[in-house]
Every structure is written in structure tokens, then in C-alpha cells.
Design a protein around this ligand. Sequence first.
Ligand code: PEP
Length: 251
Amino acid sequence: MRQPLVVGNWKMNGSIASIQSLLEGIKQAIPTVPSAEVGVCPPFVYLFQVSSSLGNTSITWGAQNVSHEAPGAFTGEIATGMLADFRCKYVIIGHSERRHIYGETDDLIAKKWVATQKAGMIPILCVGELLEEREANQTEQVVGRQLEAVLKLTGIGSFNKGVIAYEPVWAIGTGKTASPQQAQEMHAFIRQQLARYDADIAQKVQILYGGSVKGSNAAELFAMPDIDGGLIGGAALKAEEFITICQAAKS
Ligand code: PEP
């Protein structure tokens, strides 16, 4: 049985004050979330504030990106050990904004997966196709390639301690959500790709859906058999909306 997981990706948003009030709102409402694990991923500079505020709660936290390099002369980068220092449980890697705005490659993302796990944290690997790739019937090929990069570098065993987020790029921040059927099809495909190497690991890995999830559409997405929760962007910035989404994720 896979535990549902809902993670808020706050992206480059927030201030000390707005994050404090968002955290208070989430903490206050968390007892109303029956079965999902709830996590938040703030910008790096707010990790101290978030870890201090959530330390005694069941809410987990993580980062939105990391460097695969060991500490040293890499101006502007953040090492895995630094995130572990702030007790991050998760690190989002390969988000489409990192792939498409900052040019991160499949190979670089695979290295980040390995480095994150080496530091004792759980990578959340984002995969997903562009609209033109979907329209050209290349969705499976693209997502298969993104998964294969990690499998090739480190093998199926590493998926024991990893999470996957299927995020069709055309659905991120656009208000367009994949239909539950479209999402389910891709989640099943991802599980099938992993099952070629190890059926047991494929059954156990949590696969989240991301792309314009809201309080109003979360329940129908999370009701799909291979959708184990969500990676939530815009709607994670409002405590009430985020909690409604978390409540929709039931085992
Ligand atoms: C995301 O950033 O991972 C995301 C899914 O964003 P949104 O929910 O805003 O589409």
C-alpha cells in the first residue's frame, strides 16, 4: 500500500511574513488531513524558517533544486549536505522549469538524483512532455527517456528511495489540467517502465501528479489507481486551497 504524498512547490515566491502565515495556516489545518503525508518546498533562503516552524509537526519539507557537486567553488549553488543540515527530507529535481528555462539535461538530473540519495534525502524526479511532444505522439518516448537516464546511471534499486512526479509541461501553471484518464495512462506507463527491471519496486514507488491541481480537481485525479498524490505549485501558496488538496489524497 502506497501512502499518499502531497508536496507544495512554492517556487520563487514568498517573504518571511507571507511564509509565516502560510505555515501557520497549514499547521492549524493539518489534523484535518486524514492520510496523506504533507510536505512543502520553499525557496532555499526560507529553509531555516520552515524547519524551525515545522520541526515538531508531521509536516515534512524539502528543497526545489540542488547541486550534484561536492562543496567548493560553485558560486550560487547549494550542496546536498547543506540541505541535509536543514533536515530536508525531499529535493525536487528535474522540474520542467529547471529543464526548460535553465537547460538542465537528463544526465545532469540523474547526477542530482544520485547526490541527493547519497546525502540521505529523497529525490522527487519530475518528468513530463511539452505540448508539441504530446501532439507529435512522443509523450511516452520523452518520459521513458527521462526515466531511463536515472535507471542507466544508478539502477532500479535507487527507486526504493525516490519519488516520481509526472508533470506534463503544458499543464504547469497554465490552468490546464491533464484529465484523470490522461494522467492515469502516464502513471501506469511509468510504473510499467520500472516494472521491466523490478515489479516489486515499481509497485511501491510513489508517483505524484503535478499540473494545475486545485481543490476542485484533486479528488478525481487522486482517485486514479496509479496516482499517489500531487506536486502542487500555485495552489500550494494558499493554505486553505492546499489543505483541501491534501484532504483529497486518501489511501
Ligand atoms: C509545479 O510547479 O510543479 C506545478 C505543478 O505547478 P502548478 O500546480 O502551478 O501547475
